[in-house]
Design a protein. Structure first.
Length: 132
């Protein structure tokens, strides 16, 4: 595959992940509404969790393309370092957002964590839409 089709494939997968996160978010909101517990904390917590998951996927994809370019340019050590640092940075960003959301009291923790918990399942589901 060429670079353009790789990027198009990644955008397709990002769209599937984002659509899945929105679906999960709707289910979370629906469940909380059915329980009579839907409030601003749930809305903000769910949105923060979903946005964090989507941002994580996007930043991962950008890093992989940058690392691939470095590897193709003959510098696989820098490419590996870039991927490792990106993983640590993305993990730190996710933890910071979640801790701030939870400790501030502005977010419902359960609604915030569910979109992150189903993220791997959405990635697995996105594989079904991958063109072989």
């Amino acid at each position: 595959m060429n670079e353009r089709s790789d990027k198009q494939q990644t955008l397709r997968e990002l769209a599937v992940v984002a659509a899945g996160e929105l679906l999960v978010l709707g289910l979370i909101y629906g469940a909380f509404a059915a329980l009579g517990k839907l409030d601003g904390k749930v809305l903000l917590g769910g949105a923060l969790g979903a946005v964090t998951a989507i941002l994580n996927y996007f930043l991962m994809a950008v890093t992989i393309y940058a690392a691939a370019a470095k590897a193709e340019a003959g510098d696989p050590v820098r490419a590996k370092r870039l991927v490792s640092l990106s993983m640590l940075g993305r993990f730190a960003l996710m933890i910071a957002l979640l801790v701030i959301g939870a400790k501030s009291g502005a977010c419902n923790v359960i609604a915030m964590v569910i979109p992150l918990a189903v993220f791997r399942l959405l990635i697995f589901g996105a594989e079904f839409f991958r063109k072989k």
